[in-house]
Design a protein. Structure first.
Length: 379
């Protein structure tokens, strides 16, 4: 009987031990839900902290990852643990590149989470809905900028997110001809306030008939005296057909250049003979004296010369007065007659005798030579 009591006591002890062991297991084993980047998993964890659960699931956490609750927080049966991995983003906004870390799942979420400036009409190099992997992503955001475009005689004010001038023109439906000019260059980055000018360039071809100048050819001629020339063949201009290439910019002629020329009529040279024969040596003209020009006496020096001049001037009519303002055989004007003492004989030359007129002529001749007489060549 004693043995039986001992056996029953042992059985009771064993049952008690099993009961206590089950109670401890129930307190250590916890059922939790783990969500990693949106993927949910239900699991049992023999541990007391979030870190234990992550270790059981084989989830490694980096410094940019988000864990909720925190890794060191205790867990209870039925808890939910959320892990969001951090992604590195390299974002270029309007030409300026910045690196970010985010736990967002898509590009659009990252833009909102990080406060990145991306207007509604902004151009983004990737889709806003693109998912973000753990490897991260690099993309660009180009916001619309105010620009002006001068083209076809008008200036347009536009808002554009185009990256370059070429992209801007394409987005505005502006087509460039092969010769059109763009300022600044098409590969220039579009910036706020940029002014773009498009010049329409057209090439035109024109033709014209033009003169071709003749050449003057000089030939020596021993039959002509030195200094003498003689034209034996008149020069005649020729003609040529000229083709011009004209450059027109926005309807205005900028310049033109000769691209072809054909002579259709050759010019005729002008031929000029030039004398080589020495000029004859002329005897020096005899010195003519005006005679005695002092006093009021008669001076008939050079009388024959004055007769020849009078023949040319008046037909040797010493008393001529035609009313033209010139008087006598040598055609004195009244002021000239009086300036050399003609009043010694008469108030006008036509009222004086031939001898008196010659005397006054000698006085003038002594002062001025034959220059006053138009018929001096008759001397």
């Amino acid at each position: 009987m004693f043995t039986t009591l001992i056996g029953r006591a042992a059985s009771v002890g064993a049952v008690a031990a099993l009961t206590l062991s089950g109670f401890a297991a129930a307190n250590i084993d916890k059922a939790v839900d783990l969500t990693v980047d949106g993927t949910a998993t239900s699991m049992h964890v023999f541990g007391s902290t979030v870190g234990d659960a992550l270790a059981k699931a084989g989830v490694s956490i980096g410094e940019h990852d988000l864990v909720s609750p925190a890794v060191g927080d205790p867990i209870e049966d039925g808890d939910q643990i959320v892990v969001r991995y951090g992604r590195k983003l390299s974002v270029t906004v309007d030409g300026v590149t910045t690196d970010y870390w985010t736990t967002a799942a898509t590009v659009d979420q990252a833009l909102g989470q990080l406060g990145i400036r991306a207007l509604a009409d902004a151009t983004i190099s990737v889709s806003r809905s693109l998912g973000l992997g753990r490897e991260g992503l690099a993309f660009s955001v180009t916001n619309p900028r105010a620009v002006s475009v001068r083209v076809d005689g008008a200036t347009r004010q536009e808002l554009s997110a185009a990256a370059t001038v070429a992209d801007l023109l394409t987005s505005l439906g502006i087509t460039l001809g092969t010769q059109d000019r763009v300022s600044p260059a098409p590969d220039t980055a579009v910036t706020e306030g940029l002014a773009v000018a498009v010049a329409r360039v057209e090439t035109r071809t024109t033709t014209a008939t033009e003169k071709v100048g003749f050449t003057t050819v000089k030939k020596d001629d021993a039959n002509l005296t030195k200094g003498q020339t003689k034209v034996v063949t008149p020069g005649v201009a020729g003609e040529r057909q000229v083709t011009y290439t004209e450059t027109w910019v926005d309807g205005a002629l900028e310049g033109k250049a000769v691209t072809a020329a054909t002579v259709t009529k050759a010019p005729t040279d002008k031929v000029v003979l030039s004398g080589t024969k020495p000029a004859p040596v002329r005897a020096a003209a005899p010195t003519v004296s005006a005679g005695n020009t002092s006093g009021a006496g008669i001076n008939l020096a050079n009388a024959a010369m004055w007769d020849r001049i009078a023949q040319c001037e008046s037909g040797q009519r010493w008393n001529i007065n035609t009313g033209n303002g010139y008087y006598g055989g040598l055609q004195f004007s009244s002021p000239t007659w009086l300036s050399v003492g003609g009043a010694d004989f008469a108030p006008r030359a036509d009222l004086a005798s031939r001898a008196e007129q010659i005397t006054v002529a000698n006085r003038l001749y002594a002062q001025r030579g034959l220059q006053p007489w138009g018929c001096r060549h008759a001397a």
